[in-house]
Design a protein around this ligand. Structure first.
Ligand SMILES: Nc1ncnc2c1ncn2[C@@H]1O[C@H](COP(=O)(O)OP(=O)(O)O)[C@@H](O)[C@H]1O
Ligand SMILES: [Mg+2]
Length: 309
């Protein structure tokens, strides 16, 4: 069952249509990237899913519950990290987390150990007694994520958590998200910067002007827009023979050879590809790799959009 589902989700602000009917399907333990330029409707969608904003039409379900019917139940299982957060002058990190723990009505006796766990998870233990206002942007983002985790939500809705971070801080966020996914959480993460999300998520939705241009796994999206699959073959021995076989295989085009490596496009089905691999091996080629290029987020984005981010 999907952990997050929207059906023809619409939002109109005073006559301005911000969401034109969005269909999302996010499975448990996805790290799902939500990409689009500023004004596309990312924050609107995320705020609806976190029950802070009501949709104008359509339906949004979180863990099978409707945002309109079960907002309190949804709030308990959702951790929402807004795209901007206030500065808490004069608050030490531990106090800051304790404040939010209290807001989630976690009994004070339990709070200390929960806060210790969250500090550990986000690698903030050594900074627990420092003032939040003095932290760098990357550190503040991590504090905000720590705060979002305090009630152990199974769904994380993170609005532009990586914006303005240096590469190192971004890698740290990425590793943390993988850890959280491995703990069983489902993560929706938005960005208006393509390169921020490329190696973070397993699926994406690309949104522009309130409309989804594409959604799903990279390979799935690319397969929908491309007529061909991109195949990579690397051989240890027999490269010339391999070149001959590939050149004479119907359904294999644009073979690009670089030494023992071949890059090509294929219109073959999966069964035919296994036959091609068998032919290579039977004719004495020592095949080291035979794989489909998964495609990068850049490939996905370029193939479904005209404009740039
Ligand atoms: N409270 C609001 N009132 C009127 N228009 C809004 C409001 N919030 C957002 N919008 C508009 O809705 C569109 C989508 O905004 P938003 O969801 O914030 O996009 P994103 O997060 O992708 O940048 C934008 O054109 C924005 O100006
Ligand atoms: Mg936004």
């Amino acid at each position: 069952m999907a952990m997050i589902e929207t059906h023809d989700l619409k939002k109109v602000y005073n006559g301005f249509v911000a969401l034109k009917g969005i269909n999302l399907n996010i499975e448990a333990q996805d790290i799902y990237g939500f990409i689009g330029p500023n004004g596309a409707g990312k924050t609107t969608t995320i705020r609806i899913l976190s029950t802070l904003l009501e949709p104008t039409g359509g339906q949004a379900l979180v863990d099978g519950m409707d945002v309109m019917k079960s907002p309190y139940e949804i709030k308990k299982i959702v951790g929402y990290m807004p795209d901007s957060f206030g500065v808490y002058d004069g608050m030490r990190l531990r106090e800051y987390l304790d404040f939010f723990g209290a807001a989630y009505k976690i009994p004070s006796k339990k709070r200390k150990s929960i806060i210790d766990d969250v500090l550990q998870l986000t690698d903030l233990t050594p900074r627990a007694d420092d003032y939040v206002s003095a932290f760098s942007r990357g550190m503040k983002q991590r504090c905000c994520l720590a705060k979002t985790l305090i009630h152990d939500p199974k769904v994380l809705l993170l609005d532009e958590p990586a914006s303005g971070l240096d590469p190192r801080a971004r890698i740290e966020i990425r590793e943390l998200l993988k850890t959280l996914r491995d703990m069983g959480k489902t993560i929706l993460i938005s960005s208006h910067i393509l390169s921020e999300l490329g190696d973070m998520c397993n699926k994406v939705a690309i949104i522009e002007r309130g409309e989804l241009l594409a959604a799903g796994g990279f390979r799935e999206i690319l397969a929908g827009v491309r007529q061909t699959r991109e195949i990579r073959v690397e051989v240890l021995d027999g490269a010339d023979e391999a070149a001959t076989i590939l050149a004479n295989s119907p359904g294999i085009v644009n073979v690009d050879r670089s030494g023992n490596e071949f890059q090509m496009e294929s219109t073959l089905g999966s069964a035919e590809l296994t036959q091609l691999l068998r032919t290579l091996i039977e004719r004495g080629v020592h095949v080291l790799f035979f794989s489909e290029e998964k495609g990068t987020l850049e490939d996905v984005f370029l193939s479904v959009t005209q404009g740039g981010l």
